[in-house]
Design a protein around this ligand. Structure first.
Ligand code: ACO
Length: 328
């Protein structure tokens, strides 16, 4: 009995928004954005393209890689802070499109840590209940629709996209793909990274729209300071629990929030930068989609092989953070 990653998929929209484009929108510069964040460009979804549309393409690619049909899915979990609707859930919308009548579906909201949380939930469910043969986990975001395009502190950071991982319950004696996990949350810091309006605390009103409360608010410096030690501590914990040395890890895939955060985490973990995967320069921060997009790129580009150790670590609103050690 074991659980493996049977397929991965990803999707980013065609439209590229460069730093030069942003220079025309807010008081910023390509130099500031590149040196402070490592971001050069990001992708922006079309106006008629919702989160489920991107998740559907990423998920289809994961199913195709595994040779699995939508009707075979037991469950669909979508990690997102930008669902198509408050309800029905994005997972239910995908169930219809995949033609997966046997799948139960839900959305999971843990901001940038959403994919890690979802993988842990899916993996744990599948271990307890062997009847769940295939579970599709998607991380998908249309952050462009909750970005305040007049706020230079945040609008240069975010992008749109989707990643997907298909987990499969198989009959063999392997230990399974998640060797160790360490997930956390601290609601005391909920107000440093949030979207104030649109929920029951502050429903949409003329004032909430006028005051741009339906977009991401972030205390950047504070978030930065908490992100590095949190990801490092969770990463060390999973390595220790699994008895794996940092030198044995083939690739570290950190959430792509800021290149300086990524490099600080790598340095503290004592992992050389060439073994830390980065695509932030092209996509910016895609929240729950980020690690899924990275994982799919490393699989498709042959950067990891079956049996390799891969360390995932993320940090985001909530606050939420954590790490998973995978054996691919
Ligand atoms: N262009 C030019 N100047 C800018 C810009 C910009 N786009 N944005 C901010 N500045 C200015 C600020 O106004 C400030 O000016 P001041 O000193 O006159 O007030 C100056 O640059 C420095 O600002 P800082 O906030 O100190 O810049 P910092 O080096 O901290 O970088 C950043 C800001 C990039 C946001 C960084 O703090 C960061 O990456 N934080 C973490 C983000 C993160 O990890 N988020 C978690 C996930 S997101 C989620 O869950 C949805």
């Amino acid at each position: 009995m074991s659980i493996r990653i049977a397929g991965t998929g990803s999707y980013v929209p065609d439209k590229v928004l460069t730093n030069a484009d942003l220079e025309k929108m807010v008081e910023t510069s390509d130099e500031w954005i590149r040196t402070r964040t490592g971001i050069q460009e990001r992708r922006i979804a079309a106006p008629d393209q919702a989160t489920s549309d991107m998740a559907y393409i990423a998920g289809s690619r994961a199913l195709e890689m595994a040779g699995v049909k939508g009707e075979e899915l037991s469950a669909i979990i979508v990690a997102t802070i930008t669902p198509d609707h408050v309800f029905p859930g994005t997972g239910c919308l995908l169930q219809k499109r995949f033609g997966a009548p046997g799948a139960f579906c839900f959305d999971l909201e843990a901001a940038c840590s959403g994919l890690l949380y979802s993988l842990e939930v899916a993996y744990s469910l599948m271990r307890v209940n062997r009847k769940y043969k295939y579970v599709l986990v998607c991380g998908a975001e249309k952050l462009s629709c909750i970005t305040d395009w007049t706020d230079r502190n945040t609008c240069v950071l975010f992008g749109d996209g989707a990643g997907a991982v298909l987990l499969e319950n198989v009959d063999d004696d392997q230990p399974g793909c998640v060797l160790a996990s360490d997930l956390h949350a601290d609601g005391n810091y909920g107000d440093i990274l949030l979207m104030p309006a649109g929920g029951s605390r502050m429903p949409a009103s003329e004032e909430s729209v006028r005051e741009r409360m339906h977009s991401i608010r972030m205390a950047g410096k504070e978030t930065f300071k908490l992100a590095v030690p949190s990801m490092v501590s969770a990463s060390r914990k999973v390595l220790e629990e699994a008895g794996v040395a940092p030198s044995e890890v083939k690739l570290v895939i950190p959430h792509q929030a800021n290149q300086r955060i990524i490099h600080a985490v790598a340095q503290r973990l004592d992992v050389p930068e060439e073994r830390v995967y980065e695509n932030i320069s092209h996509y910016g921060n895609t929240s729950a989609a980020s690690i899924g997009i990275c994982l799919d790129e490393v699989v498709r580009n042959g950067l990891i092989e079956r049996g390799d150790y891969v360390l995932l670590t993320a940090f985001g609103g909530g606050l939420t953070w954590g790490a998973l050690l995978l054996k691919y």
